[in-house]
Design a protein around this ligand. Sequence first.
Ligand code: DX5
Ligand code: ZN
Length: 220
Amino acid sequence: MKISASILAAKLTGLATELPTYKKESIDLIHIDVMDGNFVPQISFGEAFTKEVKSHTDIPLDVHLMVSNPELHVPKYFDLKPYCITFHIETTNFSVRLAEEIKKQGIRVGVSLNPQTPPESISQILPYLDLVLLMTVDPGFYGQSFVKSGFEKIAAVRKLTKPYDIELEVDGGVNESNMEELAKLGVDITVVGSGLYKTGDPNAQGKKLKELAASGRTRS
Ligand code: DX5
Ligand code: ZN
């Protein structure tokens, strides 16, 4: 199980000193939640901040765009060569074109679904994807509880993505209580915000979550 650290839940002003301390065996990806104040009510950070984050870490960036009109924003992240760029299926009528544009840059392409968006909404675009990011909370806030329909939805999305070489990423309300079950369901990447930062030691917590996932996998 890869752990993608959602820095939205970290102390942002301390990141320049904190990011270089992250150990690759605990934290695989740095999750960047870009919010535009339109698709979601908050404004978080954009490409300038993301560039700053990159300058303090070698851990690959996992860019999650919670923005309207993603076609205007996606190209801003090309130079940063992130691990992947993920846009929301609810935000665009140009998902195939956008996916191809990202791929052309040698960057993995992801599509995200909100909790109320049916799994079938991504059926047509699956052959173009490297990753599906399933939201298990409403987008825009960290520290919310994993939605009740979460496990069922993950199983449904896993069924759709299985014939393809697509990573399944789950974002929202992930913590020690559900990590084993997520691993059992075949989730490849979990985004962890408050569940990683609450202890004040993200390296130790990341390691612990990976151990729980490993034990979940062996029981699947
Ligand atoms: C929510 C964001 C998440 C969030 C996760 O809109 O996409 O990445 O920061 O935080 P937790 O793990 O606290 O739910
Ligand atoms: Zn996110």
